[in-house]
Structures are given as structure tokens and as C-alpha cells.
Design a protein around this ligand. Structure first.
Ligand SMILES: [Fe+2]
Length: 90
């Protein structure tokens, strides 16, 4: 894994979001894990429990790059929750 936007957004929001949301953000580009099922030998039970949240977020990541002014009106329910929680706490 590399240090990219996933880790950056995780570091910026780790004090503001619940753990499920943090897993969504931190590992959303880790397709070898959440889509292909790789690295299972490195997971613990907690990672396996969080996997479903990362997979739930995935449809809202790919091909969902929209202008900021549209967030909240044209995005999925998870994005709306993230937006509402983040923007009102920063
Ligand atoms: Fe991304």
C-alpha cells in the first residue's frame, strides 16, 4: 500500500468520523482486498467485520467525481452522511 489520498483523508478526518467511515475512506482504493479478497491471511476479525463498510462505499467512489456544489443534491446516501458529518464538524 502507498501513502496517497486515502491515507491523507483518513489522517484529516480520524478525529471526526466513526470507525466504519474511516475504514471506508482509508481502504477504498485497496481493491486487492475489498474486491478481489486478497491478503486474508493478514486480516484479523475486526478487519473482516469492517470489510462490508468498505464495500458499501465503493459504488459511491468510482465514477462519482462530481463538483463540490452538487454534493448533497446528487450523491448517494453515504456521501450525504459523510458530507453532513464532516462539514458541520470542521
Ligand atoms: Fe479515491
Amino acid at each position: 500500500m502507498s501513502w496517497g489520498h486515502d491515507e491523507y483523508v483518513y489522517q484529516m478526518l480520524k478525529d471526526y468520523l466513526p470507525e466504519e467511515g474511516l475504514y471506508m475512506l482509508r481502504y477504498h482504493s485497496f481493491y486487492a482486498w475489498h474486491r478481489e479478497g486478497g491478503y486474508d491471511h493478514l486480516l484479523d476479525d475486526h478487519d473482516r467485520k469492517m470489510l462490508k463498510w468498505v464495500q458499501l462505499f465503493n459504488p459511491y467512489d468510482l465514477y462519482s467525481k462530481i463538483p463540490n456544489h452538487l454534493i448533497g443534491t446528487n450523491s448517494g446516501p453515504i456521501m450525504k452522511i459523510l458530507y453532513r458529518n464532516i462539514c458541520h464538524q470542521l
